[in-house]
Design a protein around this ligand. Structure first.
Ligand code: AOF
Ligand code: ZN
Length: 407
């Protein structure tokens, strides 16, 4: 489809398609594609192929065998001007005497942030920004969020029946959606750096939470397990040697939980019980560590009847550890807590045309609900995609605070 009638938007679409080839391989870097055009003909293409590797512009220009003097370059992200793992892209653009650069969107990395475009302009290169800006921002929504907020981009994903259940009342949930939807979820697991589930999901479903896409990358598994109740024989524990697994917990809650088990509340305070509970907890810690689990101590949200992890602090810690994105695969209790803390950026709701009924059958987001429909969390920029007979509705959680009533 290359001809002289191609518009800048058409070339930018080509750059975006190239960029997508880096999906799952470049994070926490952005996906970037580049197209070089001369006399209405594409003379070079490239993309950022893997983390630490050359950037899109350099890949395109290094492989170009034709004279690039006076050519135009299309790139979905502002060319960088800093020495990172690779030299600045602005250098090679200037060396190759490109006359005009079309940029999808500016980079939020403070080392670049408008300086890349300014350097090119200062050297006489024409720069036009904002070509398909919305698509370009969306493709790298994870990168922009992480760069700007330093916390992981969180996508809440769930699969439910048409009557809003994620499992039958027996707990059986294999499978809600069909093959096609489930293989798309594998692609998501390849793309996101972390995958998060609550202890309830591990106890009930015993999931592996890995990426089964061919050539895919396993996300880091993060289990929220306040009282350290994770079953020793669970798949997650037994495979922790091969797939990085973090268990977020709180030592005091874990000890108290053991202390209260098999004990009347009054006896629980005796010194004997305390010591025994502590020993049991230390033994669990030792076992999990020997299996390769990374235990992440986290403070509790507040003193209450039911201890809960401080999720804001936890997500902050995960961000500091380089986890730029998390696919949140609930269940309902964890989903409600993460949403309540305003930590969700996007929702992917897979819906299967099935009915299972049952007042006790679980739904995707539980906890305490919003009191009035006018206060509902409304998703924006909705997309609806079909997967066989299932559909997926996805959208962004808006900037307004999610206002769930206090527990
Ligand atoms: C570009 N083109 O293809 C990419 C860019 O550590 P480095 O050297 O790989 O630099 C990473 C930063 O470079 C990243 O945070 C983002 O600002 C920019 N990524 N820039 O011009 C590319 N991947
Ligand atoms: Zn660069």
């Amino acid at each position: 489809m290359e001809d002289c009638n191609m518009t800048p938007e058409d070339y930018m679409r080509m750059a975006l398609d190239l960029a997508r080839q880096g999906e799952g391989k470049v994070s926490p870097n952005p996906m970037v594609g580049c197209v070089v055009v001369k006399d209405g003909r594409v003379i070079a293409k490239g993309y950022h192929e893997k983390y630490g590797g050359f950037h899109a512009e350099r890949n395109a220009l290094l492989h170009c065998t034709e004279d690039t003097q006076g050519a135009e370059l299309y790139v979905n992200l502002e060319p960088c001007c800093h020495h990172g793992k690779t030299p600045p892209c602005t250098d090679i653009i200037l060396q190759r005497k490109i006359s005009k650069v079309y940029v999808g969107c500016l980079d939020s990395n403070p080392k670049v942030a408008g300086k890349g475009a300014a350097i090119l302009r200062d050297h006489g290169v024409q720069v036009e920004t904002g070509i398909l800006e919305e698509e370009c921002r969306k493709l790298n929504e994870v990168f922009f969020h992480y760069m700007e907020k330093h916390t992981p981009f969180v996508a809440m994903k769930y699969a439910m029946t048409l009557d809003g259940k994620i499992a039958c009342e027996t707990g059986d949930s294999r499978w809600v959606t069909g093959e096609e939807a489930r293989s798309y979820v594998q692609r998501m697991r390849n793309r996101y750096r972390g995958i998060m589930a609550g202890i309830g999901t591990v106890q009930i479903d015993n999931p592996l939470l890995n990426c089964r896409m061919q050539g895919g990358r396993n996300p880091v598994r993060i289990i929220c397990d306040t009282c350290l109740r994770i079953p020793r024989d669970s798949q997650v524990v037994q495979t922790a040697g091969e797939i990085k697994t973090i268990v977020a917990w709180n030592p005091r809650a874990a000890r108290d939980f053991r202390q209260l088990q098999d004990t009347k509340a009054a006896d629980a305070l005796s010194g004997d019980h305390k010591r025994k509970a502590l020993e049991q907890m230390e033994e669990t810690v030792e076992y999990l560590t020997s299996k390769g689990i990374v235990l992440l101590e986290n403070p509790l949200k507040e003193e209450g009847e039911k201890p809960e992890l401080d999720l804001r602090k936890l997500f902050g810690q995960l961000g500091t550890q380089g986890i730029d994105s998390i696919l949140l695969e609930g269940g309902g209790t964890l989903n409600a807590s993460v949403l309540r803390e305003n930590l969700v950026q996007r929702v992917y709701a897979f819906i299967a045309p099935k009915l299972v009924a049952g007042a006790d059958a679980k739904s995707p987001i539980e906890g305490r609900g919003i009191l009035r429909m006018k206060d509902a969390v409304e998703l924006q920029d909705i997309e609806v995609v079909s997967f066989g007979s299932d559909i997926c509705i996805s959208g962004r959680v808006g900037k307004e605070e999610v206002c769930l009533p206090e527990l």
